[in-house]
Design a protein around this ligand. Structure first.
Ligand SMILES: Cc1cc2nc3c(=O)[nH]c(=O)nc-3n(C[C@H](O)[C@H](O)[C@H](O)COP(=O)(O)O)c2cc1C
Length: 262
């Protein structure tokens, strides 16, 4: 599958096979992709704890319950807890020095002056504020997005999950106070069609994107759309025929809520 088709197929996959284990190498590839995602100041605060439900404790698995579509946590053989290690910000100046040393910023002969007189003092000043929600969460989104593409490329499905009580999850897995979970990501082999029933609704392109002025919609070219449709990045809208019947069959098989069996 080409990258564009992978992006087009990257839908939240809620129905995963609870009985089919995920190869650990596939999870490693997802984590490798996350590790090389961009971080502001190269801070490396985005980290992940992988939960293998087969070997996790009952208390740990129970803590993961998600308020929206909670059945997913019962199906997924693997759940990745993506979190921010806030103390990473305390090392901001070391990370900046590495960034400058490896030539990423390219300040030329004055690079050490720029580093010590501008960059390091700036990050020292704002370091505490950077521990709060905002930029690190953006980094986390980038990391999860890259991991998600790798999951789909390897035939896996995933869905991000919120929680009504992250503190409970953090306690169950022994997180220190410096860590804050952002999202849980289920991972497994899909039991639903790879198209997941079609492209989920989105607001119109023109409403979402602008050019130069907030009231000037970004021009959407039909030619580009046809090209992307041909390459399967843009796909037919949900619901596709047969979706409801397929999901009902899966719900009955796994005795999920809503199947009329519970
Ligand atoms: C941060 C985040 C949290 C989400 N939490 C949940 C959740 O708790 N339960 C759920 O079923 N889907 C959850 N989703 C999936 C969204 O509802 C999904 O994006 C939406 O169904 C449509 O997008 P899709 O094209 O990925 O299917 C979450 C997505 C994100 C990015």
């Amino acid at each position: 599958m080409e990258l564009r088709e992978i992006i087009g197929n990257r839908r939240s996959t809620r129905y995963l096979d609870p009985d089919r284990p995920v190869e650990i190498e596939k999870i490693q590839r997802m984590l490798e992709a996350a590790r090389i995602a961009s971080h502001f100041g190269n801070n490396n605060s985005v980290q992940a704890l992988v939960v293998h439900r087969e070997t996790a404790t009952n208390e740990q698995v129970a803590s993961l319950h998600s308020p929206v579509g909670g059945f997913q946590m019962e199906l997924a053989p693997v759940v990745i807890l993506w979190y921010i290690e806030c103390d990473a910000m305390d090392e901001a100046s070391a990370r900046l020095r590495e960034l400058v040393d490896c030539g990423a910023l390219g300040y030329g002969p004055n690079k050490n002056k720029e580093l010590e007189e501008t960059l390091v003092p700036l990050f020292d000043r704002i370091g505490e504020a950077l521990k709060g929600p905002g930029m690190p969460d953006m980094d986390c989104g980038q990391a999860v997005a890259q991991a998600t593409l790798l999951a789909f490329e390897q035939g896996l499905g995933t869905c991000c999950q919120g929680s009504g009580d992250w503190a409970k999850v953090e306690a169950a897995f022994g997180f220190p106070e410096s860590c804050r979970i952002v999202v849980a990501q289920t991972v497994g082999y899909p039991v639903e069609n790879p198209d997941c029933g079609g492209q989920r609704p989105r607001l119109p392109f023109e409403q979402l994107f602008q050019l130069n002025s907030i009231d000037n919609p970004f021009p959407r070219s039909q030619e580009v759309m046809s090209e992307l449709s041909q390459e399967k990045l843009l796909q037919p809208a949900a619901p596709l025929p047969g979706r409801e019947e397929q999901i009902e069959g899966i719900r009955e098989k796994y005795k999920l809520p809503g199947s009329g069996m519970i």
